[in-house]
Design a protein. Structure first.
Length: 380
């Protein structure tokens, strides 16, 4: 089967999807050079990578970009075209043309925008809705999102499909050459990613304040771009417990942070799913997540961590204290996370499910088999 992936982002998800598909199909990945240049080494060599100029949204040079995309799609002669995010403006202009080439599928990571997510909210919401509505089928990352996506994007439920977010392995692979920092007394807790209102940074700070002296040697590492956690210093119980890395986090730095932490915390006030969870699992790190979106059900099913109510700093504090006090539990949950990352959500396992979905969609498009039968590559 020939598959074209169009990947304006998120980058880590796109790399994991492409690598997962590579053992099963002929994959062409079309992606913005400004986001993916320098990341080629993390892609399976069987993937045909096409990096193109992808201007900022307001640039008229996007018209040339669209022409380039169409040319690459026609050259690839795909059986399926899968756009890996609906948060793009200009692809809406060629969605009808893409549908003429092959079935068009779009992944929707977030059915509705996150509160306070300034990056996503820069794009008009109608553009994300239009891309989803123009696609024949949608992919979401959890059963709980399926009905919501069907309603929001006017799709029959049969056209909205659930595929798990594949594990993001490249940070753990990079960390193989790193020596872990020696363990220290206490608990090293990591909050990683974009620091916007929906991430619950304020709840984590309140939880730390409530802990008092329950975790001697507690260290909280907050790393990522967005709002500056230092602006919330009034909520901190002991500012000396914090290590804040505000801004873009380079890949090797990210690998080091995950390698050295004891627990990854996702205290989100609102969410659909999380790429951070898919990184933490590959390091075998237990997580503490709030029961929002797909996070709670995913972590419970995987046995990868503890689940607490959202907007409940006291419950978050208790969970951190429990993982500090019970090292056997922490170890068991970490092993559960690692087994999950190397099992159901391993990229090639998710890739096999993607190919099965593509075949089903192609069959539905032409049940009489009047198109060439898809060629499915067998795993090596």
């Amino acid at each position: 089967m020939r598959v074209v992936l169009i990947a304006p982002g998120p980058v880590d998800h796109a790399i994991a999807c492409a690598n997962g598909l590579a053992p099963h199909a002929e994959v062409t990945l079309i992606a913005p050079a400004r986001l993916y240049a320098g990341l080629e080494r993390w892609l399976d060599p069987r993937i045909t990578l096409r990096l193109i100029g992808w201007p900022r949204t307001r640039s008229p040079r996007n018209l040339a970009m669209l022409g380039r995309v169409m040319g690459l799609v026609r050259r690839a002669r795909p059986d399926v075209i899968h756009v890996l995010s609906n948060t793009t403006v200009w692809l809406n202009a060629i969605a009808p043309l893409l549908r003429r080439q092959a079935p068009l599928i779009t992944t929707v990571h977030d059915v509705t925008p996150h509160p306070g997510d300034r990056e996503t909210l820069q794009l008009p919401d109608w553009t994300a809705r239009l891309m989803a509505r123009q696609s024949g089928d949608l992919v979401v990352h959890g059963a709980g999102l399926r009905a919501a996506a069907a309603r929001r994007f006017d799709k029959p439920p049969s056209r909205v499909h659930v595929l798990p977010h594949p594990a993001i392995t490249r940070y753990a692979e990079a960390a193989c050459d790193m020596r872990p920092t020696p363990p220290a007394p206490g608990l090293r807790v990591l909050l990683f990613g974009r620091m916007f209102a929906y991430k619950g940074v304020d709840d984590l700070l309140r939880a730390e304040s409530l802990l008092g002296d329950r975790i001697p040697g507690l260290q909280l590492v907050l790393a990522g771009r967005g709002d500056d956690p230092n602006d919330l210093s009034a909520l901190m119980g002991d500012p000396g417990r914090y290590r804040i890395h505000h801004g873009f986090i380079a890949d090797d730095h990210a690998s080091r942070l995950f390698l050295d932490c004891d627990v990854v915390v996702l205290p989100y006030a609102e969410a659909s799913q999380s790429g951070v969870l898919m990184i933490a699992a590959t390091f075998g790190k237990p997580v503490i997540v709030t029961d929002v979106g797909e996070l709670g059900s995913t972590v419970r099913a995987a046995g990868a961590g503890l689940v607490v109510p959202p907007r409940d700093p006291a419950a978050l504090a208790d969970a951190m204290a429990l993982l500090h006090d019970d090292s056997a539990l922490r170890d068991r949950l970490g092993k559960g996370a690692a087994a999950w990352a190397d099992g159901p959500v391993r990229p090639d396992h998710v890739g096999a499910r993607m190919v099965a979905l593509y075949a089903l969609i192609r069959q539905r498009r032409d049940p009489l088999g009047r198109t060439d039968a898809p060629r499915i590559r067998q795993p090596d």
